[in-house]
Design a protein around this ligand. Structure first.
Ligand code: AMP
Length: 504
């Protein structure tokens, strides 16, 4: 059965599907409200129309109602979190260019965009007139139709929309559900915003297994006592987060199985899981299973998994990414040649969860995606890695994409947006690493003709940049130079630049 049919089979269930603070919804309500909103969408866009719809907001139950309503009416949804700047929201709205967008939180955008606001949505979902109108077009979604589009940082300064098909998502859910033992009636933790594909793991696993999704807001995550209180009352059994978030929780002494008693699984994805983090979790939660998974948004969340036991932690120098999921082949390549076990090359994913490409962006799609002779989609990840004893390992990146606290950032995205700011002549964003080789911050090196007072100018640059990129992309430190070192190809010599900074 496909996931929409499974969700629908819970339409009489009084179980809580989603809870976030005071905000909650049962399965029965979720299915009823999303039916009503789907019928509204069908009425307004017409049966057979499959244009994407942007959904803006944070952790409100209306986000879930909107996502499911879009799918039920055959429209891809495009989640945008409140961490997006107004400019980025407008960039996405421009690219998506739909008849209307759904905003579950207030944000004033250009008048040219037609917005269905919170009040409009509530009026629709609480109106029973929709129950009696025709359901023509409802649940008409084909395998290759797009289920969602998630935007990620793009090196040119504009975000790229990854399109995930209905079957991509179905294939992914069936596999990941098996990884956690096919069990029903669990409590999943939702840490990541819905605009980050890690949230697809908890959201869909939870709904698929008639479990409860317990969400913690951005605000809760910034305040330790509120975070702890929430975790304690959540009764979470299946934890889904970035390793960085687990590290943050581990800095609270109370974060242990004596206080947070029900955790059975820690599921990680999105960045390196260090041995240090895994060991600390094993100490604090000896009965919980830790699963490391790996994958890019372009192949529906993740494509490998491994159970991180004490033995695994001891045996390997770094924690493996694990074995490839069924329905997928991973090759390690260099210049299209497939490398042998142990050799480091680019990780290439071929299989049934590979996206159909970037939305309205054939240039980037052709660069990274391909079709095999057997008509299966493939994606060149830009990650460097190798296989050893059937396990995949991560080495590094080929390019200038980094992960900071789980967020995927193209350094070029920061640089392109910095270059648009008054006075910036040239610039370079450099990641700073900690002893575990994880990025801990970003430094921007700027050449400018506008620096009178350095402190004031840094403040100005941060404020300006924050209008265009999410706050997690704003460099922590700024350094100024008269010129940037160049290599023979006329590109910025990052190694030399690092040396210059270190010598200062
Ligand atoms: P995203 O599309 O945001 O999920 O980011 C995908 C990228 O995150 C991958 O291409 C890797 O560079 C990195 N990544 C994801 N999972 C892991 C992991 N378990 N270990 C190391 N890096 C990871």
């Amino acid at each position: 059965m496909k996931y929409l049919e499974i969700f629908n089979s819970y339409k009489h269930s009084e179980k809580i599907a989603y809870i976030c603070g005071e905000n909650s919804v049962t399965y029965k309500e979720l299915m009823l409200y999303s039916d009503r909103l789907a019928k509204y969408i069908l009425q307004n866009c017409g049966v057979g129309n499959k244009d994407a719809i942007s959904v803006y907001g944070h952790k409100d139950f209306l986000m879930l109602v909107s996502f499911i309503a879009c799918t039920k009416s055959g429209h891809p949804y495009c989640p945008m979190d409140i961490s997006f700047t107004k400019n980025r929201v407008e960039d996405v709205l421009d690219i998506i260019n739909s008849k209307f967008s759904i905003f579950t939180e207030d944000l004033v955008v250009d008048e040219k965009f037609n917005i269905l606001n919170r009040k409009n949505i509530l009026d629709i979902i609480y109106d029973d007139k929709y129950d009696n109108i025709s359901d023509e077009g409802l649940y008409e979604i084909d395998s290759e139709d797009i289920a969602y589009i998630i935007f990620t940082s793009g090196s040119t300064g504009k975000p790229k929309g990854v399109q995930i098909t209905y079957d991509n998502l179905n294939n992914y859910i069936r596999w990941i559900h098996n990884v956690v033992g096919n069990e029903k009636n669990k409590v999943y933790l939702n840490q990541a915003p819905f605009s980050f594909d890690l949230s697809v793991m908890d959201l869909y696993l939870s709904l698929y297994s008639e479990s409860t999704l317990f969400a913690i807001t951005k605000e809760n995550q910034q305040d330790f006592s509120s975070l702890y209180e929430n975790l304690k009352k959540s009764n979470v059994t299946n934890w889904v987060s970035t390793p960085s978030f687990a590290d943050m929780c581990l800095s609270m002494r109370e974060f242990s199985c004596e206080n947070i008693k029900d955790i059975e699984y820690f599921l990680f994805c999105g960045e390196v899981l260090t041995k240090k983090t895994a060991k600390r979790l094993r100490e604090r939660f000896p009965n919980a299973k830790i699963i490391n998974t790996y994958g890019p948004t372009e192949s529906t969340v993740c494509v490998t998994d491994i159970l991180v036991t004490d033995e695994v932690i001891e045996k390997f120098g770094v924690i493996p990414l694990g074995k490839t999921k069924n329905g997928t082949i991973i090759e390690i390549r260099e210049d299209d040649k497939v490398l042998a076990d142990g050799e480091v090359g680019e990780i290439v994913i071929i299989g049934d969860t590979v996206s159909s490409g970037y939305y309205k962006n054939s240039v980037q799609t052709e660069k990274s995606f391909f079709i095999t002779e057997n008509n299966i989609r493939g994606y060149k990840t830009g990650d460097l890695g190798y296989f050893k004893d059937g396990n995949l390992f991560f080495s590094n990146r080929k390019d200038f994409q980094i992960k900071l606290n789980g967020y995927r950032i193209e350094l070029g995205d920061i640089e392109s947006n910095l270059l648009n700011i008054e006075g910036v002549i040239s610039c370079c964003a450099l990641p700073n690493y900690d002893s575990d080789n994880k990025v801990k911050s970003i430094t921007a090196v700027v050449v400018s003709n506008n620096v009178v007072n350095e402190k004031e100018y840094v403040k100005f640059l941060k404020e300006e940049l924050q209008k265009y990129v999410p706050s997690y992309m704003v460099p922590k430190k700024f350094k100024f130079l008269e010129k940037l070192p160049m290599n023979n190809n006329g590109k910025i010599d990052r190694k030399e630049l690092k040396k210059i900074l270190e010598s200062k």
